[in-house]
Design a binder for this molecule. Structure first.
Ligand code: NAD
Length: 432
């Protein structure tokens, strides 16, 4: 593991700077990184970080803003899920914080722009639950094609209704995927393995996997297939993407699924098309308005319909996904601390340089203005410090430079880099 020797931030409000960890030129083994993990994050995350010699504190619940401000003092890495809000106020009270891990998919609960301005990297787990969603989609397609929701209800009511009428295999059926991203593309592969013919529509250029056929428009897809499943992202333009006109354009007897975002579908229109018999079945996991917690009443236009599967936004909720999220985000936090790697960070430029044991690595987070790299290199050259490798990335207002140097350097080098007007944070790492 690499060791963070020193990390320094400039206070964006005052422009003053403070040293957060002493020991710039020696390995500071007396100060392990302090980690706070909230909201019952999977134990594999704790195991991973403890193995890397971090000091990990875990708490079961979420914290309010004031509680978090209290708890985050002296913490270097914070792990949360969806119910803890990391606001600018929290970040301002946490000068030692270098990174936040969102052990979930969404990052709406974190002020990621404020975090970037303060030199705090944010990571999440964008892929960890995609397989779970895909498996639920396939299970629901087969369930609806065999009319399992109805058959199951009748059996529980004591009715033996053995009949093949309206019951179908999925082999050879045409599946239309709207949104061919992480989930849509994975579904495409597994659906083909079940013998389905896959069509997809995406607004971005996407490589068609296997024998999947690309459609030029949503309208072309809708009229080509026996079932439509939505896997688009949550951009505002997708509000009301699927409404009365789109349902009407579907083939009679089609199936419809939405496990993406609640606001993309007009549920009143869907109800009307199910009641008319035009849509033969639907599976819906996400809703425009969802209850705040377990036990709260679920209100929806889709309640009480036959052959409609309603699930409480649990497409990605499996123990496997939680475990994968725990390992993935803990790994991202460790890679960041030990090597300055920002791959897949949601608010920092994406940079990862291979590490070489014994090398010194300087990570310089700065305001993205012209000439910063030249200024960094001028300081290094003036102190006869030779650059072994270097990489700069920028993202909106933030610049992120990694510089590897093979030799020792004086404290003055760090002092001058830290003193640059544009410096947000400076980290010195010894790679091992
Ligand atoms: N139900 C759950 O529990 C659950 C779990 C995980 C993800 N999700 C949701 O599933 C959705 C897909 O997730 P992902 O990881 O595959 O996202 P992604 O960002 O990898 O893919 C989304 C794709 O949709 C495309 N797209 C966006 N708008 C479109 C439009 N109007 N028409 C066609 N294509 C469009 C994008 O170009 C992109 O390729 C997201 O909304 C995500 O929030 C739900």
């Amino acid at each position: 593991m690499g060791t963070v020797l020193e990390t320094t931030t400039a206070d964006p409000a005052t422009g003053t700077q403070s040293i957060l960890a002493e020991g710039a030129l020696t390995l500071d083994t007396t100060k392990p990184m302090r980690v706070l993990l909230l909201e019952n994050i999977h134990p594999d995350a704790t195991a991973r970080l403890t193995k890397a010699s971090y000091e990990v504190e875990t708490r079961a619940g979420a914290l309010s803003e004031d509680e978090l401000i209290e708890a985050v003092r002296g913490v270097n890495l914070l792990g949360i899920r969806s119910r803890t809000y990391v606001t600018d106020r929290v970040l301002a009270a946490a000068p030692d914080l270098v990174a936040v891990g969102a052990f979930c998919i969404g990052v709406n609960q974190i002020d990621i722009a404020a975090a970037a301005r303060r030199g705090v990297a944010v990571f999440n787990a964008p892929f960890s639950n995609t397989r779970s969603v895909v498996e639920l989609v396939l299970a629901e397609i087969i369930s609806m094609a065999r009319r399992l929701p109805e058959k199951n209800m009748k059996m529980h009511a004591g009715v033996w209704d053995k009949s093949a009428s309206g019951s179908h295999e999925v082999r050879g059926r045409r599946l239309g995927i709207v949104g061919y991203g992480n989930i849509g593309a994975q579904l495409s592969v597994l659906a083909e393995n079940l013998g389905m013919s896959v069509y997809f529509f995406d607004i971005a250029d996407k490589l068609a996997l296997g024998n999947a056929r690309r459609c030029g428009s949503l309208a072309e897809l809708v009229e080509s297939v026996d079932m439509v499943t939505l896997h688009v992202d949550g951009r505002p333009g997708n509000s009301g993407l699927f409404g009365d006109a789109e349902f009407a354009a579907m083939r009679p007897g089609s199936l419809f699924l939405n496990l993406s975002r609640g606001f993309v579908v007009d549920h009143a229109a869907l109800r009307a098309h199910i009641e008319s018999g035009h849509i033969a079945g639907a599976a819906i996991d996400v809703f425009p308005e969802e209850p705040r917690g377990s036990g709260d009443e679920f209100v929806s236009a889709l309640r009480g319909l036959p052959n409609v599967i309603l699930t409480p936004h649990m497409g990605g909720s499996t123990e496997e996904a939680q475990q994968d999220i725990g390992e993935f985000v803990a790994g991202k936090l460790h890679d960041y601390v030990s090597a300055g790697a920002t791959s897949l960070s949601v608010n920092m430029p994406s940079i990862a340089l291979p590490t070489m044991p014994g090398r010194h690595r300087l990570v310089h987070i700065h305001q993205n203005v012209p000439g910063v790299l030249a200024s960094i290199n001028r300081v290094l050259a003036e102190h006869q410090v030779n650059v072994e490798s270097q990489m700069l990335g920028t993202r909106e207002d933030i610049g992120y430079a990694i510089t590897d140097i093979g030799t020792e350097y004086s404290a003055e080098v760090l002092g001058q880099l830290r003193a640059m007007d544009v410096t947000i944070r400076l980290c010195a790492i010894r790679c091992s």
